[in-house]
Design a binder for this molecule. Structure first.
Ligand code: TYM
Length: 337
């Protein structure tokens, strides 16, 4: 393995990738590839913690791979693979079941939110989700995990588990750090700017998908909820306008000060129109590249399989180390499995 810092991150290949995923995570993954050893994972085993249609999940896995490549993930510089192709993810997650406490998992905000309405019916996988995520990260001796703000708590849990494992069984895991963008870490729903934009938001007007047509983007942004008043600035008490302005800043790459100055004295209609233009300008070239990549599914499958083959030995080694440290299996005098 190279001595560059290891960056690992994942995305669920369910629903349609939206601009929250893009600005909170994917665009940064692509931009920062040069300096690191990069591994990006389509976490299909996380996706099945809520019901999925099998054929659709397989389609979405290829779709998400093509979107990531279209967004600039370069297979020469980054591994891009499907989680279920490397069995050690599930195996290490099981070992972590023996370390994590119920209380720790019960405190996870994502679990509380996702299971709130139907706790008894929600899957066990939804509860132990963070352990699979911890396994993803720890298997590759990851230093940095670029994620949106909603995943910070899971990366911190991963760090705690690694620390506890190392203290109990000997130095095995590297302690990862989350990296969260200063802006775009939490893009909010357009229909309700007090709630995070999410793939499961489902309602029309909730999210902008990165594959949405210019018309769909226009209709979602123009009908986005705004606030009373007319000032255009980032302000905790004005979540609708703050969200639109954050999207504008993320899409144009301008600064908060410059954006606030640019919109001084202008109305919400102008802000919305300029957000639409900025999003269309950014997403149209991505969509053109996506269409080309998606037209060659065999090429996508081959690329994903090649990546899984390339990184599997790292996962196997870490899993073998963890297994041995915990006293599992018969081991061998040389310490190799
Ligand atoms: P997922 O698939 O929900 O989201 C993928 C990435 O997008 C970020 N994100 C957002 N950022 C800004 N605003 C939003 N509204 C928004 N919604 C989502 C997420 O923070 C994430 O970075 N559990 C992870 C997937 C995962 C993972 C991992 C991540 C599994 N294993 C290991 C890192 C490392 C998830 O559900 O992401």
């Amino acid at each position: 393995m190279s001595d560059k810092p290891v960056v690992f991150s994942g995305i669920q290949p369910s629903g349609t990738l939206h601009i929250g995923n893009y600005y909170g995570a994917v665009r940064r993954w692509a931009a920062e590839q040069g300096h690191n050893f990069n591994i990006f994972c389509l976490v299909d085993m996380h996706a099945i913690t809520v019901p999925q249609d099998p054929a659709e999940l397989r389609e979405k896995t290829l779709e998400t791979a093509a979107i990531l490549l279209a967004a600039g993930i370069d297979p020469q510089r980054s591994a891009l693979f499907v989680q279920s192709d490397v069995g050690e993810h599930a195996q290490l997650a099981w070992l972590l079941n023996g370390i994590a406490s119920m209380g720790q998992l019960q405190r996870m905000t994502q679990y509380k939110e996702k299971s709130a309405e139907r706790r008894e019916q929600s899957t066990v996988g939804l509860f132990t989700y963070p352990l699979l995520m911890a396994a993803d990260i720890l298997l590759y001796r990851t230093n940095f995990v670029p994620v949106g703000a909603d995943q910070k708590q899971h990366v911190e849990l991963t760090r705690d588990l690694a620390q506890r494992f190392n203290a109990t069984f000997g130095e095995t895991f590297v302690l990862p750090e989350p990296t969260i963008p200063a802006l775009g870490a939490r893009i909010m729903g357009l229909d309700d700017p007090t709630k995070k934009m999410s793939k499961s938001g489902g309602r029309s007007g909730h999210a902008v998908g990165v594959l949405d047509s210019a018309d769909a983007i226009k209709s979602a942004i123009m009908s986005a909820q705004t606030d009373s008043g007319s000032e255009i600035s980032i302000d905790r008490d004005r979540p609708g306008v703050s969200n639109l302005l954050s999207i504008y800043i993320a899409a144009t790459g301008t600064t908060r000060e410059a954006a606030e100055q640019h919109f001084a004295g202008k109305g919400y209609g102008t802000l919305k129109r300029e957000v639409v233009d900025a999003l269309v300008a950014e997403l149209a070239p991505l969509q053109a590249r996506y269409a080309e990549l998606r037209a060659s599914p065999d090429h996508l499958r081959a690329l994903l399989t090649r990546s899984a083959t390339a990184i599997r030995p790292i996962a196997q080694q870490t899993y073998a180390d963890a297994k041995r440290a915990m006293g599992l299996g018969l081991g061998s005098p040389g310490g190799q499995e």
